[in-house]
Design a protein around this ligand. Structure first.
Ligand code: ATP
Length: 290
């Protein structure tokens, strides 16, 4: 996967929450690349900043400093990653760091708009992402109908059917059901179908299996595998505590520790042979649960 272009880049990302004495910095000058077509896992202890970092990368959260670029276009600042690199190398203190925009200013940036159009989001709680009053069909069709207002109904149907089949759900069985009549694993697969139905180039899945019972997790894994097979150019960012999931899905891993990147590497090499003490600690703790 080396040499593949980075579709999403973060440079010098920092973030604090709270004010005054309660202010807590949760990301410190983080650099991260997500390559086209790869599955990148973001791992680290609880509170290490995984969700905050990935939310900033997807334009769901502002950073206090740093630049995010999608496909070469600025997502959170009028400056590009190249500008940020110049700023970083030419300035001694952090005073002239690139100042990102507010969320409302970000929404006007072409990079932000492209990223919104071309990304899909999957979160921990599938029932929280689905409207309980909507059928599976409506939940999955809605993003298509919003994006392609003039698409004929047959074409929408075909897209929805295709998305449901990709995640292993038979449309004839599931399309008319409501969330109350789905198991957690089925509901999460519907949420994934909704996330992929507009054929995103980047998918963020934040702890997609932690609310799902163990028996159904393998179906979610299979769904992500099928998506990668069907659309090999799609980048998948997975935030997970579960190193078994990471091992099965990810090409590369970023390890976060207290808001800093501890290590980045290829999955197999890192899990087998990381020399980093913190990464080893995570692997040892996980292997006690396997
Ligand atoms: N909106 C917020 N307001 C205040 N503090 C926040 C907010 N979001 C995150 N934090 C804090 O930032 C730190 C990092 O949180 P984050 O959710 O990014 O970590 P994480 O690695 O994803 O954690 P976990 O694995 O437990 O989900 C935590 O201390 C958290 O309490």
């Amino acid at each position: 996967m080396d040499g593949t272009k980075a579709i999403l880049q973060g440079r010098g990302l920092s973030k604090s929450f709270g004010r005054g004495a309660a202010r807590e910095q949760v990301l410190f000058d983080v650099d991260i690349d997500v390559r086209e077509g790869e599955c990148l896992a973001v791992i680290g202890g609880s509170g290490s900043g995984k969700s905050t970092l990935t939310r900033i990368l997807l334009g769901l959260e502002t950073a206090d400093a740093g630049v995010v670029c999608y496909d070469g276009l600025a997502v959170n600042s009028s400056q590009s990653v190249a500008d940020a690199a110049v700023v970083d190398t030419n300035v001694d203190s952090g005073a002239a760091r690139v100042k990102p925009s507010s969320l409302s200013a970000m929404r006007k940036l072409p990079g932000f708009q492209a990223l919104r159009r071309e990304s899909g989001l999957v979160f921990q709680d599938p029932f929280g992402s689905l409207d309980p009053h909507w059928s599976v069909w409506r939940s999955v069709a809605e993003p298509v109908m919003l994006r392609h207002k003039d698409m004929p109904r047959e074409a929408v149907l075909e897209r929805v059917d295709q998305a449901l089949r990709t995640v292993g759900l038979d449309p004839a069985v599931f399309a008319r059901r409501h969330p109350a009549n789905l198991s957690g694993g089925q509901a999460q697969r519907v949420a994934i179908a909704r996330a992929i139905v507009n054929e995103p180039r980047v998918i963020l899945a934040d702890e997609p299996m932690s609310a799902i019972d163990v028996a159904a997790r393998v179906q979610i894994l299979e769904a992500f595998r099928a998506i990668r097979q069907a659309r090999p150019g799609t980048a998948l960012i997975v935030v997970s505590h579960d190193l078994g999931v990471v091992q099965h899905l990810a090409d590369r891993i970023v390890v976060l520790h207290d808001g800093r990147v501890e290590e980045v590497g290829e999955t197999d090499a890192m899990l087998a042979d990381s020399r980093n003490a913190y990464t080893r600690q995570l692997i040892d703790a996980a292997s006690m649960r396997w």
